[in-house]
Write a protein that binds this ligand. Sequence first.
Ligand SMILES: [Zn+2]
Length: 232
Amino acid sequence: MITEKELQPHKNKYHLNGFSIEDIGDDHLFTGLETPLKPDAFKMSDTDKKQRIAVLFEEIMDVMGLDLTDDSLKGTPDRVAKMYIDEIFSGLNPANKPKIALFDNKYQYNQMLVEKNITLYSNCEHHFVPIFGKAHVAYISSGKVIGLSKLNRIVQYYAKRPQVQERLTNQIAEELKHILGTEDVAVIIDAKHLCVSSRGIKDESSATVTSYYGGKFGTPEKIAELQNYLKD
Ligand SMILES: [Zn+2]
């Protein structure tokens, strides 16, 4: 039996904004801009992390009663571990952050630049199931421009973390502001959450839209202009 005292640190850890973890239930709380990481998050090598995750995932499968000697299942723990570290959660590690080169705005293009319909795959940090949809990013140059593919890379980097959509939106916006040296950036994400559509409330048609409008994008005219470009 676990004593009340042993439970206490766990309870405190999950006590958010005055709500207990039971109160929050399936509602997704956004606790801050930074992804909550431990200070020693990258002390362990990727190779060691993959070995450890494989062992732990094998245990989850075993507890669920799956036969790990089956040819179809026996490679799964290693596959999941590799996928977590090398692919879908690779954006946790700052070492994987894309290197971004800027160029002078030679064409003196000073209107908004919109990169729309960037394919987005992420994972909900509350259920570890996919979030997928489209991201649209826009900026107005303050003198420097960025390679278009780099906008996609920045979106992908922050998407490859356990995420909440609000944080993902703001992390992309903050990174663009930092790189481009301007407040004039906008980010819109339109995505489906499998934890909403395939389980829990089971709403297959709903999608979640989040947006960030910084600097010059903060006027109704600029928002209308941007929305107009996003029409199909
Ligand atoms: Zn979820």
